[in-house]
Design a binder for this molecule. Sequence first.
Ligand code: ATP
Ligand code: MG
Length: 353
Amino acid sequence: MKQIILTGDRPTGRLHVGHYVGSLKERVKLQNSKRFDEIYIMIADAQALTDNAEHPEKVRQNIMQVALDYLACGIDPEKSTIFVQSMVPELTELTFYYMNLVTVSRVQRNPTVKAEIQQRNFEASIPVGFFCYPISQAADITAFRATAVPVGEDQLPMLEQCKEIVHKFNTVYGETLTEPEIILPENAACLRLPGIDGKAKMSKSLGNCIYLSDEPETIKKKIMSMFTDPNHLRIEDPGKVEGNPVFIYLDAFCRPEHFTEFWSDYSCLDELKDHYRRGGLGDVKVKRFLNDVMQAELQPIRERRKMWEQRLPELYELLEEGCKVARKKAAETLQEVRHSMKIDYFEDRNLLK
Ligand code: ATP
Ligand code: MG
């Protein structure tokens, strides 16, 4: 069986370091592992419109921004197909058929949908399209016959729902769709990076992000203003490491060589954590170190991004070409789906049989 990746992001803003550690970094690693036959990376504009119906311009503007972030992180257009969701209308048709295989109560039980409804104050007025987005996500994944979906932890319920749809479809209409596997980051700190405000998730919609395109001074300002342990008031006070965003970011970004390079007082992160726990280590010092670590990681990304910003027409063509490739693949799956559902009436004079 072909090994295929499908993953993507909503063009609701530029991408941030949560995306980077939660999914982008993993994608680049998988892309370069040569273990995959096909890789599709989708800019999910149709999904973004489900909760941004009144802001199509915002979605439109961010398509190029997200594509720039991809290339900046090392997505290689020679190895991965980048495309825009709405340019592949086959996905909408698949969604429509899958809707019949899912109950309203099943979507209501999806914990990510529940959390996002609350976050967007949609309780009293959920757009139907937004409510159905887990189903459209299943269409995206299965249209490309994805075997692997590298995403952050918030996508786990979506993948479970997708697997249920695949199972149901194959049971009702015969073996047609491929079941995907989720690929989560191995490092627990990367599963769901908190915001700089300490909120559970760094999210474009919450405005608590460090963006991949942020300038060095902005990154520094954001890090120095970060939420830490609220009870660590004086330097001599013992500090809490668990749940402290500064240490979660260090868990996500710091490597032993960073100590050699930036802070030789310690040999590893555990030593630094022990000192913080004991007391006698101020937040400012730890934040300065985090700033050094993150600047080192983000600098080459920002530079590659700037280089691509000079080549926008090339990027535009690359996206247009990607959409064609993606559409062809999705159309093949849709044809098989129609065949299994026996709604391919005019293929081989099927309606007469
Ligand atoms: P929005 O607020 O518009 O939903 P978002 O910041 O949640 O935006 P998405 O485009 O929904 O971003 O998510 C894209 C991918 O990045 C998904 O795989 C998701 O799991 C992952 N991701 C998003 N935020 C984080 C985070 N804070 N930590 C780890 N992974 C994340
Ligand atoms: Mg999201």
